[in-house]
Design a protein around this ligand. Structure first.
Ligand SMILES: [Ca+2]
Length: 74
């Protein structure tokens, strides 16, 4: 297990968390249109609804990989 992999995983995790956060932030503040009021920008839902419906699984997998990577490096 190398450090590059860990850094990549950390970067991806931060990016994913940011996207989830930004979806909520942009719809709550009205920056992006959210007609069906599910806190996912409607323009994203066309292509990325899977990304939001799999949120629990994605976060779980990232946490698992992150924990495993940290364990491998330390
Ligand atoms: Ca929406």
């Amino acid at each position: 297990m190398n450090t590059d992999f860990l850094v990549t995983i950390i970067f991806i995790t931060i990016l994913v968390i940011f996207i989830y956060w930004y979806a909520g932030y942009s719809t709550r503040t009205g920056k992006l249109e959210d007609k069906n009021q599910n806190y996912i920008p409607d323009s994203w839902e066309e292509n990325f609804s899977w990304f939001f419906s799999l949120k629990g699984l994605i976060m779980f997998v990232l946490g698992l990989v992150l924990g495993y990577s940290i364990h491998g490096v330390i």
